[in-house]
Write a protein that binds this ligand. Structure first.
Ligand SMILES: Nc1ncnc2c1ncn2[C@@H]1O[C@H](COP(=O)(O)OP(=O)(O)OP(=O)(O)O)[C@@H](O)[C@H]1O
Length: 289
């Protein structure tokens, strides 16, 4: 169990990226959802001890991590949002290099672990190729392979599915699901669907503050019977809560939150995490009428 308590982070230019963030994260995948600039990467870097918070503490199974950041570094695997790979070096050699940097000094154990992570990420057949020549999906799997070196208890994954085609995304989902059986996984993404597929728990971060953290289903089950969908063309009452509008086969459709059906051509639809997320955003911005 990872326990964050009252974490604050301000950058030297005065940007207050994290404000009073408290979170308890157990085994399995916890999704971290938030708009651009809400502080997701800042939180992930802070958990990975790549930057220290101004105040607050972090306990791993009851042990204070900031007293000994090196202890946590050995227990954390981190996949940053953007990562580069050296050119002219094979996938295997790069993993070996990274494993040595992680302190895997025993050659036999190191090679066994590299073989394991290559197998898990389905890269064994590409071990001698250069990651700089990998496709986007393979590169993300390589990123996860390097994060798994050292058998971390905690995995921090910042936007692992961005830019992947549907087949690679599905493959990544299976991989993450498998990895998360025995680990604490914090997954940051803009893709609400990924969280719906993967995360039993979800935290919503807006403007550096956690505004919700619960079972993913619980976050939107309470909206049952209150989400309405219909064409945006007709006139709608002024006091409706427009959550989102999107195109379905070229027709502009609105999703609305409300106790009553807003117009004759609207129908009740099952609520989604995205509806709940948009409602939290509107409430945070004071836009709920
Ligand atoms: N090194 C830094 N120095 C100053 N400000 C920073 C730094 N890193 C991030 N910020 C600022 O902190 C805030 C949170 O940024 P962060 O990258 O953590 O958000 P994010 O939710 O990950 O965004 P995105 O979804 O766009 O990746 C933003 O206002 C950003 O401009």
């Amino acid at each position: 169990m990872l326990n964050l308590r009252k974490i604050y982070k301000t950058y030297p230019d005065g940007t207050r990226a994290l404000k009073d963030v408290s979170l308890q994260i157990g085994t399995g995948i916890t999704g971290l959802l938030g708009p651009n600039g809400s502080g997701k990467s800042s939180l992930m870097r802070t958990i990975a001890t790549l930057q220290l918070p101004d105040s607050g503490d972090m306990l791993l199974d009851g042990q204070d991590v900031y007293q000994d950041p090196f202890l946590l570094r050995r227990l954390v695997g981190y996949l940053p949002q953007h990562f580069g790979v050296y050119s002219y070096i094979s996938c295997y050699a790069l993993l070996e290099h990274l494993a040595i940097l992680k302190g895997l000094n025993n050659k036999v154990q190191r090679r066994r672990q590299i073989d394991q992570v290559l197998d898990l990420t389905d890269l064994t057949g590409h071990a001698n190729r250069q990651p700089s020549h990998f496709s986007g999906g393979m590169l993300q799997r390589f990123g996860i392979a390097q994060a798994l070196l050292g058998e971390p208890k905690i995995l921090i994954l910042d936007e692992p599915a961005s830019g992947l085609d549907p087949a690679e995304r599905t493959r990544l989902h299976q991989l993450l699901h498998e990895i998360a059986q025995t680990r604490v996984v914090l997954l940051s993404t803009h893709i609400v669907e990924d969280i719906e597929h993967l995360s039993a728990h979800t935290a919503i971060l807006i403007n550096g503050e956690i505004v919700a953290h619960d079972h993913t289903l619980a976050l939107f089950r309470s909206l049952e019977g209150k989400i309405w969908q219909g064409p945006l063309s007709g006139s709608l009452p002024n006091d409706i809560q427009l959550l989102s509008q999107c195109l379905y086969y070229g027709e502009s459709m609105a999703r609305i939150f409300g106790e009553h059906c807003p117009a004759a051509d609207f129908e009740a639809v099952p609520p989604s995490l995205q509806d709940s997320y948009f409602l939290y955003l509107k409430k945070y911005r004071g836009e709920v009428v």
